[in-house]
Design a binder for this molecule. Structure first.
Ligand SMILES: Nc1ncnc2c1ncn2[C@@H]1O[C@H](COP(=O)(O)OP(=O)(O)OP(=O)(O)O)[C@@H](O)[C@H]1O
Ligand SMILES: [Mg+2]
Length: 264
């Protein structure tokens, strides 16, 4: 898909209002954004600015109030109906791994395939490939409670990749992890991305995580969210932990931090 004619994700005039019992909430002002195939895009912005809202709209979990979203050139909504073709190319990872405690790790990972009707031998084979990809091989038969938080998050990533979607959506996937584990997971996610070349949209509150992982960082303003700034991150990959102490890396971090402070 390197020379795909369409962006992986296209937002055209996407706006979101939430209806509530009191005033309607204006979560996202009309927004245009295109995410290229195999791009690693990070959404950054103050709490409540609409990051999760954007991700949930890309994932087809909620509909925009107006505007059009296209996935690989296919409209996500038509006449109020979500289009199955568009959402079939998406995998999602949330802040909590949300594994089913009564299923083993491999059963959790293979669950989306089971729901799709993939035969058992094929799904277990896929689960084994994925546990290797995310670095939890040997834990296939364990229960989620027997794994650390970082390992559970790896399993959640494996599950999101189970049916090989082109696009991976991640909402603060490492927010619940300690700093050391989080840094290790950033390096792992980079490796997974280099191996699979998925289009990734990741939401984070960590500026360092954003600069370490992203091709481009989209900074959103406070609610109603609008794109305040887009920062290109030029560093070659694979990026190592030492990159973070270089002046160039720190300059981008500083630029984003200053702007966040100004708008928050
Ligand atoms: N279902 C809902 N009903 C009403 N308002 C909502 C709903 N979901 C989100 N909002 C509001 O929309 C705004 C954007 O929320 P959203 O969760 O997208 O922000 P966010 O950028 O992900 O914040 P955080 O960084 O804290 O996760 C917030 O003001 C929030 O209160
Ligand atoms: Mg959020």
């Amino acid at each position: 898909m390197a020379d795909a004619p369409h962006p992986a994700i296209a937002f055209r005039g996407i706006e979101k209002w939430y209806g509530t019992r009191d005033e309607p909430v204006h979560a996202l002002a009309p927004t245009d954004l295109a995410v290229a195939d195999a791009e690693f895009l990070v959404l950054l912005g103050p709490s409540g600015c609409g990051k999760t809202t954007m991700l949930r709209m890309i994932g087809g979990l909620i509909a925009p109030t107006s505007g059009e979203i296209a996935i690989d050139g296919h409209s996500l909504w038509r006449n109020g109906q979500r289009q199955a073709k568009a959402v079939s190319d998406l995998g999602m990872v949330f802040q909590e791994a949300n594994l089913f405690p009564w299923l083993s790790i491999e059963q959790n990972i293979a669950l989306p395939l089971e729901l799709k009707g993939t035969p058992k031998t094929q799904r277990m084979e896929r689960a084994r490939t994925l546990t290797k990809l995310v670095g939890i091989q040997g834990f296939e038969k364990r229960w989620p409670r027997e794994l650390s938080g970082g390992m559970r998050q790896r399993a959640a990533i494996a599950r999101a990749l189970s049916y090989d979607p082109g696009i991976l959506l991640m909402d603060e996937p490492f927010g619940a992890l300690d700093a050391m584990t989080r840094e290790a997971m950033n390096i792992e996610l980079q490796r997974i991305w280099l191996e699979t070349r998925k289009t990734i949209v990741l939401v984070t509150h960590s500026i360092v995580e954003a600069v370490f992982l992203a091709d481009r960082i989209v900074l959103l303003s406070p609610r109603p969210g609008r794109i305040d700034m887009i920062v290109d991150v030029p560093f070659a990959r694979p990026r190592g932990p030492d990159l973070q102490s270089t002046p160039d890396f720190q300059a981008i971090v500083r630029q984003l931090r200053q702007r966040l402070n100004e708008i928050s």
